[in-house]
Design a protein around this ligand. Structure first.
Ligand code: ADP
Ligand code: ZN
Length: 212
């Protein structure tokens, strides 16, 4: 099972990716998490990515493509995987095709801009493992502590209000064209993102059952 999750920032890709990866026992690769880790560790990639991420802009394609190529070569990626937050441009999607990656399905989670703003402003992420929470929609069991690893929950720098609008603009301009890209290839499944997280999960599960 090789899946791509598409959708605006905050559409719930990361949350669904975590659920699918537990259920099917395949790894989820989030370029956002990989890049944040690189920034934290001040690696060469991290140094290239930081200013773009802080501004809510996309990290240059060549940087992201190198990151994902390297990740997909690892042994744990051979049986299947979920891509969360990549591809995000047509150039990245074309690069995946050129790498010979045969995608089973692309799930687009559709959420209105208004709901995106509401969601991102309440989002909290684990500083240690990257798991995501929401103050209202998906609270952690103990306030500000990760259920998975007991790490500290923080507000991502790019979840600050002014950056949220920049990210939405970037999404509409650069990522939305991928919906047509994958529709043309007969890979697209569309799921309406629900306010209730488990409802979205149920809709995604239906798409996946058709693949089993
Ligand atoms: P979200 O989906 O909530 O915007 P991510 O964690 O996926 O958050 O990404 C955070 C930031 O990392 C993006 O705003 C962008 O700067 C960078 N990034 C992540 N994935 C990509 C990608 N595939 N291409 C370019 N930039 C990326
Ligand atoms: Zn954690």
């Amino acid at each position: 099972m090789k899946l791509i999750l598409l959708g605006a920032p905050g559409a719930g890709k990361g949350t669904q990716a975590e659920i699918i990866c537990d259920k099917y026992n395949i790894p989820a690769f989030s370029t956002g998490n990989i890049l944040r880790e690189a920034v934290k560790n001040e690696t060469e990639t991290g140094l290239k990515a930081k200013e773009y991420m802080d501004a809510g802009a996309l990290v240059p394609d060549e940087v992201v493509i190198a990151v994902i190529r390297e990740r997909l070569e690892e042994p744990d990626a051979q049986a299947g995987f979920i891509l969360d937050g990549v591809p995000r441009t047509v150039a990245q999607a074309e690069a995946l095709e050129q790498m010979g990656v045969d995608i089973s399905r692309v799930i687009n989670i559709n959420v209105s801009d208004e709901d995106i703003v509401k969601r991102l402003s309440g989002r909290r992420v684990c500083e240690t493992c990257g798991a995501s929470y929401h103050t209202i929609y998906k609270p952690s069991k103990q306030p500000n502590i990760c259920d998975r690893c007991n790490g500290r929950l923080i507000v991502r720098k790019d979840d600050e209000p002014s950056t949220i609008l920049a990210r939405l603009k970037t999404y509409h301009e650069q990522t939305e064209p991928l919906i047509e890209f994958y529709r043309k290839r007969g890979k697209l499944a569309e799921v309406e993102g629900a306010e209730d997280l488990s409802e979205t999960t149920a809709r995604v599960a239906k798409v996946l059952e058709a693949l089993e």
